[in-house]
Design a protein around this ligand. Structure first.
Ligand SMILES: CCCCC/C=C\CCCC/C=C/C(=O)SCCNC(=O)CCNC(=O)[C@H](O)C(C)(C)COP(=O)(O)OP(=O)(O)OC[C@H]1O[C@@H](n2cnc3c(N)ncnc32)[C@H](O)[C@@H]1OP(=O)(O)O
Length: 305
C-alpha cells in the first residue's frame, strides 16, 4: 500500500495530474454554504464552449454549443481544451459540470467530417486533440460530473465516461453508448477501457461488438450512468451532487482518483504515438472511408425522410 501511495503521490505531481495539488484547498465549502447567487457567476465564452464559474461554490458549468449536434470537431476540441485549462488553473474552481447548451443532444461524438476525405495531417491533428482532451478530463484532479441532456453516442459517451459521476435525463429517446461498430469503425482501446472500467468486462464485450446504444433506463441498469432525473432537475442535481463531493478533503480524494485511474492513463500515455498511427492508417483505408461516407449518407437520408 505504501508503494501505491508513493506512486500516486508521484502521479499527482506528474504531467497529467499537475492540477491535483494546486486544487487541494480542503473542503472550503460544505453543502450548507451553497449559494448560487447570479452575482457570484463568472462567465467566459468561446464560440463553441460556454463556461459559467460560481466562485462562491467552486462549481463551473461547461456547456457545449457546437450546433447542430455538438460533434467533436478539431476546432471544438481545441476550444474545449483551452477552456478546460483555464478552469484547471483557477483555484476557485473545484468541480466542473459538463453539459450541452443544445436541446436533445449532449454530443454526437467525433465529427465524422473530420475523418472523412481529410488528409492524414489533418487526421493526425484531430486525433492528437482528442487524446489531449481525454487526458485532461480523465486525469483531472477536479470533480467532474456529466449532466447528460441528450444523445451521447461514441465520442460523446467517452466524454461522459471520463467524468467522476454521470447524471442523465430520464427519457427513453436519449441514447448513450459506444456504437462505433455500427459505423463500420473500431473504438480504440482507451474508449473500450473506459467503458470496461465503468460497466465491467462482460457488458463491455457485448457492448463494443454490437455497438449498443442504451436508452437512459438501460444505461442506469448496467451502470453506464449513475442517476436519472427529470429534465428540469438535471443541473440542480448535478450541482447538489458536486457540493456533496466537496465535503471530501480534496487531496485525499485526488490521490485516490489518481490511484484508480493510473493504469488506464499510463496505458494511453505509453501508447500515444502508436494510437495516432493506428488511427491514421485505419482511416486511410478505402473500406473505412467508404463506411464513413455511407454512414454520413444514412444520417442525411434519414433527415430527408
Ligand atoms: C484498429 C485500430 C483502431 C484505431 C482507431 C481507429 C478508428 C477510428 C475510431 C473512431 C472513433 C469514433 C468515435 C465517434 O464518435 S464516431 C461518431 C459517432 N456518432 C454517431 O454515430 C452519431 C451520429 N448522429 C446521430 O445519431 C444523430 O445525429 C443524433 C446525435 C442522435 C442527433 O439526431 P438529430 O437531432 O435527429 O440530428 P440529425 O441526425 O438530423 O443530424 C443533424 C446534422 O448533424 C450531422 N451529424 C450528426 N452526427 C454527426 C457527427 N458525428 N459528425 C458530423 N456530422 C454529424 C448530420 O449529418 C446532420 O447534418 P445535416 O444537417 O447537414 O444533414
Amino acid at each position: 500500500m505504501a508503494s501505491v501511495l508513493r506512486q500516486a503521490a508521484r502521479l499527482a505531481s506528474s504531467r497529467c495530474l499537475t492540477q491535483l495539488s494546486a486544487a487541494s484547498s480542503t473542503s472550503r465549502l460544505g453543502a450548507s454554504s451553497y449559494n448560487f447567487s447570479p452575482s457570484s457567476r463568472n462567465a467566459s465564452t468561446s464560440s463553441t464552449i460556454k463556461v459559467q464559474l460560481d466562485s462562491n461554490t467552486g462549481v463551473a458549468i461547461m456547456m457545449f454549443q457546437n450546433p447542430p449536434v455538438n460533434s467533436m470537431s478539431l476546432d471544438f476540441m481545441t476550444e474545449f481544451v483551452i477552456a478546460w485549462d483555464k478552469l484547471e488553473l483557477d483555484k476557485s474552481c473545484r468541480g466542473i459540470i459538463l453539459t450541452s447548451a443544445l436541446p436533445n443532444v449532449f454530443s454526437a461524438g467525433l465529427d465524422i467530417m473530420d475523418m472523412y476525405g481529410t488528409t492524414p495531417e489533418h487526421r493526425t491533428a484531430f486525433w492528437k486533440a482528442l487524446q489531449e482532451l481525454w487526458l485532461k478530463v480523465y486525469g483531472s484532479g477536479k470533480i467532474v460530473v456529466a449532466a447528460i441532456n441528450g444523445a451521447s453516442p461514441a465520442g460523446g459517451c467517452l466524454m461522459a465516461l471520463s467524468c467522476d459521476y454521470r447524471i442523465m435525463i430520464d427519457n427513453p429517446k436519449y441514447k448513450i453508448g459506444i456504437n462505433e461498430t455500427k459505423l463500420g469503425i473500431v473504438a480504440p482501446f482507451w474508449f473500450k477501457d473506459c467503458l470496461e472500467n465503468t460497466v465491467g468486462y462482460r457488458m463491455s464485450e457485448m457492448s463494443v461488438q454490437y455497438g449498443i446504444l442504451y436508452n437512459s433506463a438501460e444505461a442506469l441498469k448496467i451502470g453506464l450512468v449513475d442517476q436519472l432525473v427529470p429534465e428540469d432537475k438535471l443541473i440542480s442535481t448535478a450541482t447538489e451532487t458536486m457540493i456533496k463531493w466537496f465535503a471530501i478533503p480534496d487531496y485525499a480524494r485526488q490521490i485516490s482518483k489518481a490511484m484508480v485511474r493510473k493504469a488506464t492513463m499510463d496505458k494511453m500515455l505509453a501508447g500515444r504515438e502508436a494510437d495516432i498511427t493506428n488511427f491514421v492508417t485505419f482511416t486511410n483505408k478505402d473500406s473505412i472511408q467508404k463506411s464513413l461516407g455511407m454512414y454520413m449518407e444514412m444520417l442525411k437520408g434519414r433527415k430527408a425522410k
